[in-house]
Each structure stands twice: as structure tokens, then as C-alpha cells.
Design a protein around this ligand. Structure first.
Ligand code: UDP
Ligand code: MG
Length: 321
């Protein structure tokens, strides 16, 4: 290894992954050793309650390239990744999940594309083993929806597993928003991109940290962070409903004038009233989503709080890879 080599940062968000960390470290270091680049393995502990942190800190004895950032509590994956990206020093930064769903063995391929000049190397899932058909279906519907309404399309079947060049990471770090919908932010930044395909493995051990409520929240985040088009759709809906209501009223008045007072349909009235109040509530709720986001942004709170940085405590580390 020479010090003129570009450095590589591998950013791994970790939340209760003690079961996979030994294997993860083994596979990651094996790959890094072959690459012969000055590498940092940047683990961001997102408020783990198991002994993930202890395992990582212990591993620093035989693998000093490991750096562990500990957030003060569980802030969520997006915040953990944001923390990692803002501290990564490498000229190339690779983002990878801790659960080995993204095989580290693909890193050399990604680096090869980067050396050829790509700024972003995306890893597209050819298959998604170990995921239910319901998750696959909802994911595909969500991407179709979001790409309809947002301005920078988000590529389908691409997770956070990716390589980014220094300037891409710098550009991302400059985006000031607090609501961090990373998939959308990556797409927004753009840059010359190469896409490679891979087969996504099932989770090696442990449980997925996502549930449908969290995914719904992320979906809402994705839609509202990147488009104000839903507001316009609400407006159009309102216009249509008001127009239809106006015509219906006019029709009723004319009918009364011509045919005389009829016994009006109670059922149809109830149907119209409930439908319209539903539409109204929906639009108010939608507006609320945006107002809520504006509120969160105006608070200007940091995205994450760093409690501990392993590099601060041991300043004289010697890279051995
Ligand atoms: N993760 C995190 N904070 C969280 C939830 C997850 O840092 O609050 C990490 C987790 O440790 C893993 C990655 O994010 O490295 C992906 O999580 P998971 O495998 O649970 O998500 P899935 O692959 O099911 O989408
Ligand atoms: Mg996973």
C-alpha cells in the first residue's frame, strides 16, 4: 500500500446486528485486503441495544481500519447513513448494509467502474431472495407512484448499496434538509452513473428493522420531500368536486322549476356529503403533511447526535491493510 493511493471508505449503518458482525467483518476485510487500498471501515452505530458496539470496538485490535461512530440514540437508518457520509474521508465511499444482504464481494467490481470514471455505481437487484411477495408488490407500486410525481426519477430495485465519488458525497453533504429521504436525494444529486446487477441475498441473521408502519412513513417522506404535485392534485380534485356539485345543484333547481318539488333522494345526498367530506379531510391531511415538514425543517435540529467516535480516543492508529 502506498499513501498516494486513493482512500476508500466503507460506510455501514448498524442497528442491533451483533449476530452478523463477525461474518461481516471477515468478509469485508477479506475483500479490502485484496484491493490494497487505504481503507476505512466506518461503522455507524444507530443506538444498538445488543453488543454490536462492543464487538466492533474489540475488532479494532486486529483491524485498526475500523472506525465506530456511535449516535446518541436510534435515529433511523437515514440519519445513520447521513452521519457516515459526513464523516467518511475516502475518495470513494461505498454504502453497504450490515446484514450481508449486499455481498461485500462485489466491491472490487464497483471500484473498477469508479476507476474507469464513474461517479456513482448503483447496484440493481436482479432478484430479491427472502422477501415476501407483498413487500415486492408494495415496493414496486410505490416506485411507480413516486416516479410519476417526482422530478428526479428514482431508479427501481436499487437500494442504498452503492459507490459514490468524493464530489458526489460532498454534494450530498451540502443538502441542508432535516427530512432525509436518501433515495430521493441520491437521485436528485445525479452525476455520471453506472448500474451493475446483482442477486440480493436474504438477511443472514437477525430481524429486519422495518415494519409496514415505518415503510409507510418512508413512503410519505419520499412523496412529500420531492414533489409538491400532490398539492396540485388536491386542488384539481377540489375543483372537480366543486364543479360537479355546482352542476348537480343547478340541475336540481331546474328540475324543481320545471317538474315541481320532487321528493329528493336521501341516500344520494348522504353519499355526496360523505364523499365530499372525505375528499376535504384527505386534502387537509395532505396539507398537514407538508406543514409538518416545514415545521420540522424550521426547527433546524441536527439530523443526528454523535455520542462517541472511536478515532477520537485512539488517535495514533496505523493502517495495516
Ligand atoms: N439500520 C439502522 N437503523 C435502523 C434500522 C436499520 O442503522 O433504525 C441498519 C441495519 O443495521 C442494516 C440496514 O440499516 O445495516 C438495513 O436494515 P434492514 O436490513 O433491517 O432493512 P431491510 O434490508 O430489511 O430493508
Ligand atoms: Mg436488510
Amino acid at each position: 500500500m502506498t499513501f498516494t493511493d486513493p482512500t476508500l471508505s466503507i460506510v455501514v449503518p448498524v442497528h442491533n446486528e451483533a449476530d452478523v458482525i463477525p461474518t461481516l467483518l471477515k468478509r469485508l476485510t477479506l475483500v479490502c485486503r485484496k484491493e490494497k487500498m487505504a481503507t476505512e471501515l466506518l461503522f455507524v452505530d444507530d443506538g444498538s441495544q445488543d453488543n454490536s458496539v462492543a464487538l466492533l470496538l474489540q475488532a479494532r485490535r486486529w483491524c485498526p481500519e475500523i472506525r465506530v461512530l456511535q449516535l446518541s440514540r436510534n435515529f433511523g437508518k437515514e440519519a445513520a447513513v447521513t452521519a457516515g457520509l459526513s464523516h467518511a474521508k475516502g475518495d470513494a465511499v461505498i454504502l453497504i448494509d450490515a446484514d450481508l444482504q449486499d455481498p461485500p464481494e462485489l466491491i472490487p467490481q464497483m471500484l473498477a467502474e469508479w476507476r474507469k470514471g464513474a461517479d456513482v455505481v448503483l447496484m440493481k437487484r436482479r432478484s430479491r431472495a427472502g422477501e415476501s411477495w407483498f413487500k415486492k408488490l408494495t415496493a414496486s407500486l410505490f416506485y411507480r407512484l413516486i416516479n410519476r410525481i417526482s422530478d428526479a426519477p428514482i431508479p427501481v430495485d436499487i437500494g442504498d448499496f452503492r459507490l459514490m465519488s468524493r464530489r458526489t458525497v460532498d454534494a450530498l453533504n451540502q443538502l441542508p434538509e432535516r427530512n432525509r429521504y436518501l433515495k430521493g436525494m441520491f437521485a436528485w444529486v445525479g452525476m455520471p452513473t453506472v448500474t451493475l446487477e446483482f442477486d440480493r441475498d436474504p438477511r443472514m441473521a437477525g430481524q429486519t428493522k422495518w415494519n409496514y408502519l415505518k415503510l409507510l412513513h418512508l413512503a410519505m417522506e419520499g412523496i412529500t420531500s420531492f414533489s409538491t404535485r400532490p398539492l396540485r392534485i388536491a386542488l384539481v380534485l377540489g375543483l372537480l368536486a366543486a364543479g360537479a356539485g355546482g352542476f348537480f345543484g343547478l340541475w336540481e333547481v331546474l328540475k324543481t322549476l320545471v317538474v315541481g318539488v320532487s321528493t329528493p333522494g336521501y341516500a344520494s345526498m348522504i353519499a355526496i356529503v360523505t364523499f365530499l367530506s372525505g375528499v376535504q379531510l384527505l386534502c387537509v391531511g395532505l396539507l398537514g403533511e407538508y406543514v409538518g415538514r416545514i415545521y420540522m425543517e424550521t426547527k433546524q435540529r441536527p439530523v443526528f447526535i454523535l455520542a462517541e467516535d472511536s478515532d477520537e480516543r485512539i488517535p495514533d492508529f496505523q493502517p495495516t491493510l
